[in-house]
Design a protein around this ligand. Structure first.
Ligand code: SF4
Ligand code: SF4
Ligand code: SF4
Length: 411
Protein backbone atom coordinates (compact mmCIF):
# COMPACT_ATOMS: atom_id res chain seq x y z
CA UNK A 1 0.00 0.00 0.00
CA UNK A 2 1.34 3.44 -0.95
CA UNK A 3 1.22 5.94 1.96
CA UNK A 4 0.76 9.69 1.67
CA UNK A 5 -0.26 12.68 3.74
CA UNK A 6 -2.44 13.98 0.91
CA UNK A 7 -3.75 12.36 -2.25
CA UNK A 8 -4.82 14.69 -5.05
CA UNK A 9 -7.40 13.07 -7.32
CA UNK A 10 -7.15 14.73 -10.72
CA UNK A 11 -4.07 16.37 -12.29
CA UNK A 12 -5.77 19.23 -14.12
CA UNK A 13 -4.88 22.87 -13.59
CA UNK A 14 -6.57 23.01 -10.15
CA UNK A 15 -4.94 19.90 -8.68
CA UNK A 16 -1.56 20.81 -10.14
CA UNK A 17 -1.80 24.39 -8.84
CA UNK A 18 -2.49 23.08 -5.32
CA UNK A 19 0.48 20.73 -5.71
CA UNK A 20 2.64 23.66 -6.78
CA UNK A 21 1.53 25.68 -3.72
CA UNK A 22 2.28 22.93 -1.18
CA UNK A 23 5.29 21.23 -2.73
CA UNK A 24 7.75 22.80 -0.26
CA UNK A 25 5.80 21.97 2.91
CA UNK A 26 7.44 18.59 3.46
CA UNK A 27 4.07 16.86 3.09
CA UNK A 28 4.12 13.58 1.18
CA UNK A 29 1.71 14.23 -1.67
CA UNK A 30 0.55 11.70 -4.26
CA UNK A 31 -1.43 12.53 -7.39
CA UNK A 32 -3.76 10.10 -9.14
CA UNK A 33 -4.76 10.95 -12.71
CA UNK A 34 -7.13 8.85 -14.77
CA UNK A 35 -5.73 9.85 -18.16
CA UNK A 36 -2.20 9.20 -19.39
CA UNK A 37 -1.25 12.84 -19.27
CA UNK A 38 -1.34 15.73 -16.80
CA UNK A 39 -3.01 19.08 -17.49
CA UNK A 40 -6.69 18.10 -17.83
CA UNK A 41 -9.13 20.21 -19.83
CA UNK A 42 -6.93 23.32 -19.52
CA UNK A 43 -4.32 21.69 -21.72
CA UNK A 44 -6.78 21.68 -24.61
CA UNK A 45 -6.93 25.47 -24.63
CA UNK A 46 -4.80 27.54 -26.96
CA UNK A 47 -3.08 30.88 -26.58
CA UNK A 48 -5.35 33.64 -27.92
CA UNK A 49 -2.72 36.37 -28.29
CA UNK A 50 -2.99 38.37 -31.51
CA UNK A 51 -0.46 41.18 -31.92
CA UNK A 52 -1.08 41.70 -28.20
CA UNK A 53 -1.89 39.59 -25.17
CA UNK A 54 -5.65 39.02 -24.73
CA UNK A 55 -5.29 37.73 -21.13
CA UNK A 56 -6.65 34.28 -21.96
CA UNK A 57 -4.48 32.86 -19.13
CA UNK A 58 -3.24 29.86 -21.11
CA UNK A 59 0.22 30.96 -19.98
CA UNK A 60 -0.84 30.25 -16.37
CA UNK A 61 -1.29 26.61 -17.39
CA UNK A 62 2.10 26.51 -19.08
CA UNK A 63 3.85 28.24 -16.20
CA UNK A 64 2.36 25.75 -13.72
CA UNK A 65 3.43 22.80 -15.90
CA UNK A 66 6.90 24.28 -16.33
CA UNK A 67 7.40 24.66 -12.58
CA UNK A 68 6.21 21.14 -11.91
CA UNK A 69 8.16 19.60 -14.80
CA UNK A 70 11.37 20.98 -13.28
CA UNK A 71 10.53 19.21 -10.03
CA UNK A 72 11.43 15.54 -10.53
CA UNK A 73 10.31 14.41 -7.09
CA UNK A 74 6.61 14.45 -7.96
CA UNK A 75 4.63 11.31 -7.35
CA UNK A 76 2.01 11.25 -10.11
CA UNK A 77 0.22 8.01 -11.00
CA UNK A 78 -0.95 8.42 -14.59
CA UNK A 79 -3.50 6.16 -16.26
CA UNK A 80 -4.85 5.33 -12.80
CA UNK A 81 -8.48 5.49 -11.81
CA UNK A 82 -9.81 5.57 -8.26
CA UNK A 83 -12.53 2.94 -7.94
CA UNK A 84 -13.41 3.25 -4.29
CA UNK A 85 -12.64 5.51 -1.33
CA UNK A 86 -13.42 4.56 2.23
CA UNK A 87 -12.65 6.03 5.59
CA UNK A 88 -10.75 3.91 8.13
CA UNK A 89 -10.26 5.75 11.42
CA UNK A 90 -7.97 8.72 10.61
CA UNK A 91 -7.13 7.61 7.08
CA UNK A 92 -8.66 7.34 3.65
CA UNK A 93 -8.07 4.11 1.77
CA UNK A 94 -8.24 4.51 -1.99
CA UNK A 95 -8.65 1.50 -4.18
CA UNK A 96 -7.36 2.31 -7.68
CA UNK A 97 -6.81 0.56 -10.98
CA UNK A 98 -3.91 1.28 -13.32
CA UNK A 99 -4.48 0.90 -17.05
CA UNK A 100 -2.71 -1.90 -18.83
CA UNK A 101 -0.80 0.03 -21.53
CA UNK A 102 1.30 3.03 -20.55
CA UNK A 103 4.22 5.05 -21.90
CA UNK A 104 6.79 5.60 -19.16
CA UNK A 105 7.84 9.25 -19.13
CA UNK A 106 11.18 8.39 -17.48
CA UNK A 107 12.21 6.08 -20.36
CA UNK A 108 10.62 7.72 -23.41
CA UNK A 109 12.98 9.99 -25.40
CA UNK A 110 10.25 11.32 -27.69
CA UNK A 111 11.60 9.68 -30.89
CA UNK A 112 8.03 9.34 -32.23
CA UNK A 113 8.47 5.82 -33.66
CA UNK A 114 5.39 4.52 -31.81
CA UNK A 115 3.30 7.31 -33.31
CA UNK A 116 4.58 6.62 -36.84
CA UNK A 117 3.78 2.91 -36.76
CA UNK A 118 0.47 2.93 -34.87
CA UNK A 119 -2.38 1.68 -37.12
CA UNK A 120 -4.94 3.33 -34.81
CA UNK A 121 -3.29 6.76 -34.86
CA UNK A 122 -6.02 8.47 -36.91
CA UNK A 123 -8.64 7.20 -34.45
CA UNK A 124 -6.74 8.60 -31.47
CA UNK A 125 -5.15 5.35 -30.19
CA UNK A 126 -1.90 7.22 -29.73
CA UNK A 127 -1.65 10.98 -29.42
CA UNK A 128 0.96 13.65 -29.12
CA UNK A 129 1.13 15.47 -25.82
CA UNK A 130 -0.57 18.85 -26.36
CA UNK A 131 2.49 20.77 -25.18
CA UNK A 132 6.25 20.11 -25.27
CA UNK A 133 6.42 20.62 -21.50
CA UNK A 134 3.99 17.82 -20.86
CA UNK A 135 5.66 14.48 -20.53
CA UNK A 136 5.51 11.80 -21.89
CA UNK A 137 5.50 13.29 -25.39
CA UNK A 138 3.02 10.63 -26.58
CA UNK A 139 0.24 8.86 -24.77
CA UNK A 140 -2.04 5.93 -25.48
CA UNK A 141 -5.80 5.77 -25.19
CA UNK A 142 -6.33 2.07 -24.54
CA UNK A 143 -10.01 2.25 -25.40
CA UNK A 144 -9.10 3.25 -28.95
CA UNK A 145 -6.25 0.79 -29.41
CA UNK A 146 -6.93 -1.57 -32.27
CA UNK A 147 -4.05 -4.08 -31.98
CA UNK A 148 -5.62 -5.92 -29.06
CA UNK A 149 -9.09 -5.72 -30.56
CA UNK A 150 -7.80 -7.30 -33.77
CA UNK A 151 -5.61 -9.76 -31.80
CA UNK A 152 -2.43 -8.43 -33.44
CA UNK A 153 0.95 -7.84 -31.80
CA UNK A 154 1.20 -4.40 -30.25
CA UNK A 155 3.35 -2.71 -32.89
CA UNK A 156 4.26 0.28 -30.74
CA UNK A 157 5.58 -1.93 -27.95
CA UNK A 158 7.70 -3.93 -30.43
CA UNK A 159 9.11 -0.85 -32.16
CA UNK A 160 10.02 1.16 -29.07
CA UNK A 161 13.76 0.72 -28.62
CA UNK A 162 13.73 2.31 -25.17
CA UNK A 163 11.28 -0.17 -23.70
CA UNK A 164 9.16 2.80 -22.65
CA UNK A 165 5.84 1.21 -23.60
CA UNK A 166 4.79 -1.01 -20.78
CA UNK A 167 2.04 -3.54 -21.13
CA UNK A 168 0.61 -5.07 -17.98
CA UNK A 169 -1.26 -8.31 -18.75
CA UNK A 170 -4.10 -7.20 -16.49
CA UNK A 171 -4.80 -3.74 -15.25
CA UNK A 172 -3.16 -3.43 -11.82
CA UNK A 173 -4.97 -2.86 -8.53
CA UNK A 174 -3.22 -0.39 -6.25
CA UNK A 175 -4.07 0.71 -2.72
CA UNK A 176 -3.26 4.20 -1.47
CA UNK A 177 -3.56 5.44 2.10
CA UNK A 178 -3.69 9.13 3.00
CA UNK A 179 -4.64 11.41 5.88
CA UNK A 180 -6.44 13.81 3.55
CA UNK A 181 -7.76 13.86 0.01
CA UNK A 182 -8.26 16.65 -2.49
CA UNK A 183 -10.91 16.25 -5.17
CA UNK A 184 -9.93 18.14 -8.29
CA UNK A 185 -11.63 15.99 -10.87
CA UNK A 186 -12.58 18.82 -13.22
CA UNK A 187 -15.56 19.01 -15.56
CA UNK A 188 -16.86 17.29 -18.68
CA UNK A 189 -17.65 19.40 -21.75
CA UNK A 190 -21.32 19.10 -22.75
CA UNK A 191 -21.86 16.61 -25.58
CA UNK A 192 -23.73 18.45 -28.39
CA UNK A 193 -25.14 15.12 -29.64
CA UNK A 194 -27.74 15.57 -26.89
CA UNK A 195 -29.33 18.41 -28.88
CA UNK A 196 -30.79 16.52 -31.82
CA UNK A 197 -31.91 19.60 -33.78
CA UNK A 198 -28.25 20.65 -34.20
CA UNK A 199 -27.45 17.51 -36.25
CA UNK A 200 -23.91 17.60 -34.87
CA UNK A 201 -22.82 14.17 -36.13
CA UNK A 202 -24.18 14.86 -39.63
CA UNK A 203 -22.22 18.09 -40.13
CA UNK A 204 -18.46 17.45 -40.45
CA UNK A 205 -17.66 21.15 -40.29
CA UNK A 206 -19.52 21.70 -37.03
CA UNK A 207 -17.03 21.47 -34.16
CA UNK A 208 -16.90 22.27 -30.46
CA UNK A 209 -14.91 25.09 -28.90
CA UNK A 210 -12.46 22.46 -27.58
CA UNK A 211 -11.89 21.11 -31.09
CA UNK A 212 -11.48 24.66 -32.36
CA UNK A 213 -8.81 25.29 -29.72
CA UNK A 214 -6.96 22.13 -30.78
CA UNK A 215 -7.14 23.26 -34.39
CA UNK A 216 -5.79 26.73 -33.57
CA UNK A 217 -2.98 25.18 -31.59
CA UNK A 218 -1.96 22.48 -34.08
CA UNK A 219 -2.72 24.17 -37.41
CA UNK A 220 -2.34 27.82 -36.49
CA UNK A 221 -5.70 28.74 -38.03
CA UNK A 222 -9.19 27.51 -38.94
CA UNK A 223 -9.55 24.82 -41.59
CA UNK A 224 -12.65 22.87 -42.54
CA UNK A 225 -12.58 19.24 -41.44
CA UNK A 226 -14.10 18.03 -44.74
CA UNK A 227 -11.63 19.58 -47.21
CA UNK A 228 -8.98 21.49 -45.24
CA UNK A 229 -10.04 24.80 -46.78
CA UNK A 230 -10.16 28.05 -44.76
CA UNK A 231 -13.90 28.85 -44.48
CA UNK A 232 -15.17 32.16 -45.87
CA UNK A 233 -17.66 32.51 -43.06
CA UNK A 234 -18.10 30.96 -39.65
CA UNK A 235 -20.74 30.94 -36.91
CA UNK A 236 -20.26 30.63 -33.16
CA UNK A 237 -23.23 29.35 -31.16
CA UNK A 238 -23.22 30.31 -27.48
CA UNK A 239 -24.84 28.52 -24.53
CA UNK A 240 -24.83 25.01 -26.05
CA UNK A 241 -25.76 22.79 -23.12
CA UNK A 242 -26.16 25.71 -20.70
CA UNK A 243 -29.16 27.87 -19.71
CA UNK A 244 -31.45 25.29 -21.25
CA UNK A 245 -34.21 23.88 -18.99
CA UNK A 246 -35.28 21.45 -21.74
CA UNK A 247 -32.11 19.42 -21.20
CA UNK A 248 -32.01 20.05 -17.45
CA UNK A 249 -29.03 22.42 -17.68
CA UNK A 250 -30.34 25.71 -16.39
CA UNK A 251 -27.11 27.18 -15.09
CA UNK A 252 -24.78 29.49 -17.01
CA UNK A 253 -21.32 28.06 -17.69
CA UNK A 254 -19.95 31.57 -17.06
CA UNK A 255 -16.67 31.29 -18.93
CA UNK A 256 -17.68 30.62 -22.55
CA UNK A 257 -18.67 34.21 -23.43
CA UNK A 258 -15.10 35.31 -22.68
CA UNK A 259 -13.53 32.29 -24.43
CA UNK A 260 -15.59 32.90 -27.56
CA UNK A 261 -14.79 36.61 -27.63
CA UNK A 262 -11.05 35.84 -27.51
CA UNK A 263 -11.38 33.08 -30.12
CA UNK A 264 -13.20 35.46 -32.46
CA UNK A 265 -10.52 38.13 -32.02
CA UNK A 266 -7.78 35.57 -32.63
CA UNK A 267 -9.44 34.10 -35.73
CA UNK A 268 -10.22 37.48 -37.26
CA UNK A 269 -6.57 38.38 -36.68
CA UNK A 270 -5.37 35.21 -38.49
CA UNK A 271 -8.06 35.31 -41.20
CA UNK A 272 -9.01 39.02 -41.56
CA UNK A 273 -11.23 38.27 -44.58
CA UNK A 274 -13.50 35.80 -42.74
CA UNK A 275 -17.12 36.82 -41.94
CA UNK A 276 -17.94 35.77 -38.38
CA UNK A 277 -21.38 35.64 -36.72
CA UNK A 278 -21.81 34.99 -33.00
CA UNK A 279 -25.28 33.84 -31.89
CA UNK A 280 -25.93 34.62 -28.23
CA UNK A 281 -28.64 35.12 -25.58
CA UNK A 282 -26.79 37.74 -23.59
CA UNK A 283 -23.17 38.33 -22.74
CA UNK A 284 -22.05 37.59 -19.22
CA UNK A 285 -20.31 40.21 -17.12
CA UNK A 286 -16.82 40.12 -18.62
CA UNK A 287 -15.23 42.57 -16.22
CA UNK A 288 -14.09 46.05 -17.18
CA UNK A 289 -10.89 45.05 -18.97
CA UNK A 290 -12.47 42.28 -21.01
CA UNK A 291 -15.40 44.48 -21.99
CA UNK A 292 -12.85 46.66 -23.79
CA UNK A 293 -12.11 43.63 -25.99
CA UNK A 294 -15.61 43.96 -27.44
CA UNK A 295 -14.57 47.34 -28.86
CA UNK A 296 -11.71 45.67 -30.73
CA UNK A 297 -14.01 43.45 -32.80
CA UNK A 298 -13.61 44.14 -36.52
CA UNK A 299 -16.59 45.07 -38.72
CA UNK A 300 -16.76 41.61 -40.26
CA UNK A 301 -17.79 40.21 -36.88
CA UNK A 302 -21.50 40.38 -36.12
CA UNK A 303 -23.01 39.56 -32.71
CA UNK A 304 -26.60 38.35 -33.31
CA UNK A 305 -28.91 38.23 -30.31
CA UNK A 306 -30.73 35.03 -31.22
CA UNK A 307 -30.35 31.32 -30.59
CA UNK A 308 -30.56 29.11 -33.69
CA UNK A 309 -33.66 26.94 -33.81
CA UNK A 310 -32.34 24.19 -36.06
CA UNK A 311 -29.14 23.45 -37.92
CA UNK A 312 -29.02 21.16 -40.95
CA UNK A 313 -26.31 19.69 -43.17
CA UNK A 314 -26.31 21.54 -46.46
CA UNK A 315 -24.67 21.10 -49.87
CA UNK A 316 -20.86 21.23 -49.92
CA UNK A 317 -20.63 20.13 -46.26
CA UNK A 318 -21.94 23.52 -45.21
CA UNK A 319 -24.40 24.11 -42.38
CA UNK A 320 -27.77 25.81 -42.71
CA UNK A 321 -28.82 27.75 -39.62
CA UNK A 322 -32.40 28.92 -39.04
CA UNK A 323 -32.83 31.73 -36.54
CA UNK A 324 -35.03 34.65 -35.63
CA UNK A 325 -33.45 37.89 -36.82
CA UNK A 326 -34.43 40.80 -34.56
CA UNK A 327 -33.38 43.37 -37.15
CA UNK A 328 -35.61 41.86 -39.83
CA UNK A 329 -38.27 40.67 -37.36
CA UNK A 330 -38.58 37.26 -39.03
CA UNK A 331 -37.06 33.79 -39.13
CA UNK A 332 -34.19 33.66 -41.61
CA UNK A 333 -31.90 30.91 -42.91
CA UNK A 334 -28.22 31.40 -43.47
CA UNK A 335 -25.53 29.05 -44.74
CA UNK A 336 -22.20 28.84 -42.93
CA UNK A 337 -19.07 27.00 -44.02
CA UNK A 338 -18.07 26.24 -40.46
CA UNK A 339 -19.73 26.32 -37.03
CA UNK A 340 -18.18 26.29 -33.56
CA UNK A 341 -20.34 25.36 -30.56
CA UNK A 342 -19.55 26.95 -27.19
CA UNK A 343 -20.37 23.87 -25.17
CA UNK A 344 -21.09 24.22 -21.46
CA UNK A 345 -19.24 22.73 -18.50
CA UNK A 346 -20.89 19.75 -16.77
CA UNK A 347 -20.16 17.89 -13.55
CA UNK A 348 -18.59 14.43 -13.82
CA UNK A 349 -21.59 12.22 -13.11
CA UNK A 350 -19.56 9.02 -13.28
CA UNK A 351 -17.77 10.16 -10.09
CA UNK A 352 -20.91 10.53 -7.98
CA UNK A 353 -21.05 6.90 -6.74
CA UNK A 354 -17.34 7.13 -5.84
CA UNK A 355 -17.88 10.04 -3.48
CA UNK A 356 -21.24 8.95 -2.09
CA UNK A 357 -19.57 6.79 0.54
CA UNK A 358 -17.98 9.98 1.91
CA UNK A 359 -21.39 11.69 1.99
CA UNK A 360 -20.43 14.02 -0.84
CA UNK A 361 -23.35 14.62 -3.14
CA UNK A 362 -23.81 16.74 -6.25
CA UNK A 363 -25.58 20.08 -6.01
CA UNK A 364 -28.64 20.89 -8.14
CA UNK A 365 -26.43 21.64 -11.16
CA UNK A 366 -24.48 18.38 -10.92
CA UNK A 367 -21.26 19.75 -9.40
CA UNK A 368 -19.68 18.48 -6.18
CA UNK A 369 -20.46 20.12 -2.89
CA UNK A 370 -18.19 19.46 0.10
CA UNK A 371 -19.02 22.40 2.32
CA UNK A 372 -17.83 21.80 5.86
CA UNK A 373 -15.71 18.73 5.02
CA UNK A 374 -12.31 20.44 5.46
CA UNK A 375 -12.10 19.39 9.10
CA UNK A 376 -12.54 15.76 8.01
CA UNK A 377 -9.60 16.06 5.62
CA UNK A 378 -11.69 16.26 2.44
CA UNK A 379 -10.84 19.21 0.21
CA UNK A 380 -12.24 20.21 -3.14
CA UNK A 381 -10.91 22.56 -5.76
CA UNK A 382 -11.61 23.94 -9.23
CA UNK A 383 -14.25 23.23 -11.82
CA UNK A 384 -15.54 20.00 -10.25
CA UNK A 385 -17.45 22.33 -7.94
CA UNK A 386 -18.78 24.69 -10.59
CA UNK A 387 -17.82 26.40 -13.86
CA UNK A 388 -14.51 28.28 -13.53
CA UNK A 389 -11.95 29.60 -15.97
CA UNK A 390 -8.22 29.01 -15.66
CA UNK A 391 -7.47 32.06 -13.53
CA UNK A 392 -10.35 31.25 -11.15
CA UNK A 393 -9.08 27.67 -10.80
CA UNK A 394 -5.60 28.94 -9.96
CA UNK A 395 -6.98 31.41 -7.40
CA UNK A 396 -9.20 28.71 -5.90
CA UNK A 397 -6.14 26.46 -5.65
CA UNK A 398 -4.30 29.09 -3.60
CA UNK A 399 -7.16 29.26 -1.08
CA UNK A 400 -7.49 25.47 -0.87
CA UNK A 401 -3.72 25.04 -0.53
CA UNK A 402 -3.84 27.39 2.45
CA UNK A 403 -6.65 25.31 4.02
CA UNK A 404 -4.62 22.14 3.47
CA UNK A 405 -1.54 23.69 5.11
CA UNK A 406 -3.69 24.71 8.07
CA UNK A 407 -5.09 21.17 8.35
CA UNK A 408 -1.54 19.82 8.57
CA UNK A 409 -0.40 22.68 10.86
CA UNK A 410 1.95 24.01 8.20
CA UNK A 411 0.98 27.69 8.50
S1 SF4 B 1 8.87 4.77 -29.56
FE1 SF4 B 1 9.24 4.65 -27.34
S2 SF4 B 1 10.83 6.20 -26.92
FE2 SF4 B 1 9.96 6.65 -28.96
S3 SF4 B 1 8.33 8.16 -28.54
FE3 SF4 B 1 7.38 6.12 -28.53
S4 SF4 B 1 7.42 5.48 -26.39
FE4 SF4 B 1 8.85 7.18 -26.58
S1 SF4 C 1 -1.23 -1.06 -29.26
FE1 SF4 C 1 -1.46 -0.76 -31.47
S2 SF4 C 1 -3.22 0.63 -31.70
FE2 SF4 C 1 -2.52 0.74 -29.56
S3 SF4 C 1 -1.10 2.46 -29.51
FE3 SF4 C 1 0.12 0.61 -29.84
S4 SF4 C 1 0.33 0.43 -32.08
FE4 SF4 C 1 -1.34 1.86 -31.66
S1 SF4 D 1 -20.99 32.19 -20.27
FE1 SF4 D 1 -22.09 33.04 -22.01
S2 SF4 D 1 -22.06 31.41 -23.54
FE2 SF4 D 1 -21.57 30.47 -21.59
S3 SF4 D 1 -23.52 29.69 -20.81
FE3 SF4 D 1 -23.18 31.74 -19.93
S4 SF4 D 1 -24.21 33.16 -21.30
FE4 SF4 D 1 -23.97 31.21 -22.38
Amino acid sequence: MEQFDLIIIGAGISGLSVLEEIKDTGLRVGVIERSQIIGGNALNLSCKATDRCLRCNYCLVISCLKDLTLNNSLDISLGTEVKRIKREKDYFILNAERQSLVIRADLCDGCGRCYEVCPGRDDGAIRRSPHPLVSPPFYIDTERCICDKESKDRICEKECEKGAIVFLPNSQRILFRAKAILLSTGFVPFDPEHIKRFNFSKCPNMITQTELDQMLKLKGGVHRISDGRVPQNMAFIQCVGSRNPKIDKEYCSRVCCGYTLRSVLKISHIHPEMEISVFYMDIQDLGKKDEQLLDQLPQRVRYIRSMPGDMYPSEGDNILIRYYDERENRVVSHIFEMVSLSVGMCGREENFPLFEELNIRPDQDGFLDTDGKDSEGIFICGSCRGPMDVSECVLDAKVVAHDIKRFFNKV
